[in-house]
Design a protein around this ligand. Structure first.
Ligand SMILES: Cc1cc2nc3c(=O)[nH]c(=O)nc-3n(C[C@H](O)[C@H](O)[C@H](O)COP(=O)(O)OP(=O)(O)OC[C@H]3O[C@@H](n4cnc5c(N)ncnc54)[C@H](O)[C@@H]3O)c2cc1C
Length: 399
């Protein structure tokens, strides 16, 4: 197994870097670097720039508009985007729904929906989780009842990320309440403008509106918006989840985050010395960096195996657990490095501080990022669930 980059890989990296230097708008890059929100406009702008370049859908087959990159090139692209603080591409249409439509959708669905995902005309959100169905997703209760050439949907989804921007939602719905849990589920595509849909905000710990509840009351959905076969939705749902965990290690995010912590710790003075020279802080930072280097190598090993045709299995669970632990540790280090400046993501909390020193750049958002990223070990399959998967495989089913 060769973990070194080839000459072609290095040339590709240079090409990506040149593109980012030329085309990544400064205001978007600054917003990402400083941990500020982009809003719909910012996401849409970067989506269009990548689409124009033909680099929006690295994982799609070329016949549908993919870039034809191999796994190593995709990894390099991710790494360079993180290094340059490019916005993250919203995954729901591009990397979650699209592979399902490409494999299980009808020709009409592929022809209708895939181009609109690329153009940005459709912004998708994910309607899987419900108040009583998260880790135990198969216990979902949102009902869809056939009525002529429509399904009538009633129920509630929750934690719907960026649902306030979306105009379409893909939903798991129960079409046969009498079947065994996983067997009575179908996969529906629902236009968010249909009467009977209500989106209610959920405000997260950091004060942002990132997730929502989505309520359905007698929502009529044309039967042609069913993906695949009725009651076979669980198969498509699981296939989608394997794509949700793509790039789960988040190596590039952690590398960029670690650099930001180092910058902050060089500026902050602790007992007359830069914080980065404090032995306790330096040791913790070094440990995070060593863990990250080890994970980056493991990630490359898995990518290299994938490039030779081996599908990642339990390794993606390992990467999810380790990758999110490292990102949360980096968030914690940043919060500690910023010290008092991290306290107020409400700026008025600093009132009364007579310090004449300007706060280090970006320190005002580190607490918000720390709180926001508690989510990393919950979504995409919680870390406890991933540990169950690892235990099952490594202990041969005796977990
Ligand atoms: C910020 C955020 C964004 C999200 N975005 C979306 C979205 O866009 N669309 C969507 O459909 N969903 C989304 N989710 C939902 C997410 O997938 C669920 O939160 C996740 O699956 C966990 O489900 P739950 O919250 O119901 O927790 P529960 O399943 O109730 O779990 C609670 C706790 O118990 C633990 N636990 C549960 N079962 C076991 C077990 N068998 N063994 C050991 N421990 C266990 C869990 O690890 C967790 O710590 C999002 C969640 C968050 C936090």
């Amino acid at each position: 197994m060769d973990l070194n980059y080839s000459t072609e890989d290095l040339a590709f990296r240079a090409e990506v870097r040149a593109f980012l230097d030329a085309k990544l708008p400064q205001d978007l890059s600054d917003a990402v670097r400083l941990g500020r929100g982009l809003g719909k406009e910012g996401h849409d702008r970067w989506h269009s720039i990548l689409n124009e370049q033909g680099w929006l859908a690295p994982t799609w087959p070329e016949e549908y508009g993919g870039c034809g990159w191999n796994a190593v090139q995709r990894h390099i692209f991710e790494e360079e985007c993180c290094r340059a603080h490019a916005p993250r591409i919203v995954p729901f249409g591009l990397t979650m729904l699209a592979p399902v439509l490409q494999k299980f959708g009808s020709d009409e669905q592929r022809a209708h929906f895939l181009p609109k995902i690329l153009s940005g005309e459709h912004w998708w959100c994910q309607g899987y989780s419900e108040p009583g169905a998260g880790s135990d997703l198969a216990s979902l209760r949102t009902r869809a009842v056939r009525d002529g050439d429509h399904y009538v949907v009633n129920g509630q989804k929750t934690w719907t990320t960026l649902g306030q921007y979306a105009n379409w939602i893909f939903c798991l719905v129960r079409t046969d309440p009498d079947a065994k849990q996983q067997e009575g589920i179908s996969f529906l595509l629902i236009d968010m403008d249909t009467p009977g849909i209500e989106v209610r905000p959920i405000i997260l710990l950091d004060g942002t509106h990132e997730v929502n509840e989505v309520w359905f009351t007698d929502v009529r959905v044309p039967v042609e918006n069913l993906v695949g076969e009725e009651n076979k939705g669980w198969t498509y749902a699981k296939y989608l989840l394997t794509h949700e965990r793509t790039n789960i290690a988040g190596v590039g995010f952690s590398q960029a985050g670690l650099e930001a912590v180092k910058r902050l710790a060089r500026q902050q003075i602790h007992r007359g010395r830069p914080l980065i020279e404090n032995p306790h802080f330096a040791a913790r930072l070094a440990r995070a960096e060593i863990d990250l280097m080890a994970m980056a190598t493991t990630n490359l090993r898995i990518i290299s195996a994938a490039a030779q045709g081996q599908a990642p299995g339990v390794e993606s669970s390992m990467l999810k657990v380790k990758g999110t632990e490292i990102r949360q540790e980096i968030n914690d280090l940043a919060r500690r490095a910023a010290g008092a400046y991290a306290l107020p993501f409400a700026s008025e909390a600093l009132a009364g501080d007579n310090s004449t020193l300007a706060p280090p750049e970006g320190s005002d958002t580190v607490a918000a990022q720390y709180f926001n990223n508690r989510k990393l070990s919950i979504f995409g399959g919680s870390n406890e669930i991933q540990k169950n998967i690892i235990a099952k495989v490594s202990l041969g089913g005796r977990s």
